[in-house]
Design a protein around this ligand. Structure first.
Ligand code: PMV
Length: 313
């Protein structure tokens, strides 16, 4: 039997992170320059049920049965086998490659889950439709993050710009004029579960203030949607700066992220903000295509460990 593979892109949140956990809208885009890929090959001589995981990019080479029962791959496989209605897996080698930086707000965990679900369900001859693929990745995120909004698994599964409100069907965004973004990695690892947990504590302590901040973010997201769909994309820049300044008040920025935003603006970006969970991870900048190289160089000179330039759609 030949090798079967599945893949999924990275993602970035353009507007609305954190507020989206509290039922406000958010906008996210796929980042196809980075991706996760799962490749499954049968192991005809190994014991049925044996799954050998070989994932050099996340420093893992082990049998699934040797990992903790609550390891993300065990959580994913137990939900996946139940979804497919099978009690155990044939013996396989599962190779995972990922170019998506980990814990940097680019959705690496969800993309790896989605790539595995696609490859494995295809391998068993029952490729799952996108809604079920997305839901399986969501269940794994839920196990780890407690209260994920579902935006990561949705934008990564459907690989298109989306307008998203939790627990509602997502809407595809009609991008009428392409626009260019630069995503710059601060190099600081910041697990989303931590910042989401902190925001939850602060929200519990002062719901009035936080609900107000989330409402302000929601208003920006709605304006951004109008800009994207009407082609007034230059106006997104100031909305991004406003969103960043509200995220500072929410408490999820950091001096490093603020400094990168300033460096991008000084180099000619139209707008910039942190993207994702915050504290570390990435910032995202809107640029004119002709300024992209200049902004990327300035961000690197200011300490960004990596930059990705991407055009939407
Ligand atoms: O995975 P990240 O770091 O891009 O963060 C996801 C966005 C949050 O709004 C912070 C959390 C969520 O579940 O929506």
């Amino acid at each position: 039997m030949p090798a079967i593979s599945g893949s999924a892109p990275g993602k970035a949140i353009l507007f609305g992170e954190h507020a989206v956990v509290y039922a406000r809208p958010a906008i996210a885009i796929p980042v196809t320059r980075v991706y996760a890929k799962a490749i499954i090959t049968p192991l005809p001589r190994a014991k049925p049920g044996s799954i050998l995981v070989d994932a050099p990019d996340i420093d893992l080479n082990a049998r699934l049965s040797e990992l903790e029962p609550d390891h993300p791959f065990n959580v994913l496989f137990s939900n996946l086998l139940a979804e497919l209605g099978v009690s155990s897996s044939p013996a396989i080698n599962l190779r995972i490659k990922s170019t998506i930086p980990i814990a940097a707000g680019l959705g690496s965990g969800a993309a790896i889950s989605i790539a595995i679900v696609r490859a494995f369900s295809m391998f068993l001859g029952h490729p799952l439709p996108d809604d079920r693929v997305s839901n399986l990745a969501f269940l794994t995120e839920k196990f780890y993050h407690g209260t994920p909004s579902g935006i990561d698994n949705t934008v990564i599964t459907y690989a298109q710009p989306i307008y998203f409100i939790r627990e509602q069907p997502f809407e595809k965004l009609n991008v009428s004029h392409p626009f260019t973004l630069i995503i710059a990695d601060s190099g600081i690892k910041s697990p989303t579960a931590e910042t989401v947990g902190n925001v939850r504590q602060w929200w519990l302590a002062d719901q009035e203030r936080y609900e107000h901040l989330f409402d302000q973010i929601a208003a920006l997201v709605k304006q951004a949607r109008v800009c994207i769909e009407s082609g007034e994309t230059d106006d997104l820049g100031s909305l991004m700066l406003e969103n960043h300044s509200i995220l500072q008040k929410v408490g999820v920025s950091s001096p490093t992220l603020d400094q990168l935003v300033s460096a991008a603006m000084a180099a000619g970006a139209l707008g910039a903000k942190l993207s994702g969970g915050g504290r570390g991870g990435n910032i995202i900048c809107l640029v004119k295509k002709q300024n992209a190289a200049q902004v990327e160089a300035a961000l690197k000179a200011d300490g960004a460990v990596n930059t990705i330039s991407t055009t939407v759609p």
